[in-house]
Design a protein around this ligand. Sequence first.
Ligand code: AMP
Length: 213
Amino acid sequence: MNIVFIGPPGSGKGTQAKRLADSNHVPHISTGDILREAVRNTTELGKQAEPIMASGGLVPDDLMIGIIHERLQQADAASGFILDGFPRTVVQAEKLEKVLVGNGHGDLQVLHFLVPDEIIVRRIVSRRSCPSCNAIYHLENAPSKVEGVCDRCGSALVARTDDTEEAVRKRLDAFRKQTLPVVDFYRQKQSLKDVDGNGPVDQVFERIEKSLS
Ligand code: AMP
């Protein structure tokens, strides 16, 4: 199970990737989560990534490729993984192929989430996440049981600093310009399936399971 989730910000890919990873006992590898942790720990990577992330831009390819290269070599990824947020550029996609061949990983299945822009904006504005365990909530659709508190680990929930309207606009722009070519890259290889990401979480999850062979 080597799966890549591609979708614009707020398409629900993080929520769905976590769920699929849990039910299949493979790691959920989110480059956004890895970078946010580096920012929290003020590592060199975190210091470099913080202003780029806050403005909605993309962190340089060589840094991202290094992160994924290292992460995929860890033992828990040997029998599969769900990649969420990587690759985001064609350069990253090409390097990923080399890394997978080098590690002896099998073929990729790529799911591309389609969600209309107006729904994305609504979802992002109401998104809250847990800085400790990375669980994701939505004030309207998927609220935590106790307001502002993570159901899984009890930490205080936060709104992401890049979930402002201005940063979201820039992230959508980066998605269109830099990540849609990645969708074409995988479509040409016939390893990509489109998934309608609009609707309740359970319904989208059923569509994902049907799409995966
Ligand atoms: P995400 O949690 O996937 O929405 O990622 C949050 C932010 O982290 C993005 O807006 C980028 O600034 C950065 N980021 C995450 N993954 C990548 C990547 N593969 N390439 C470049 N930047 C990334």
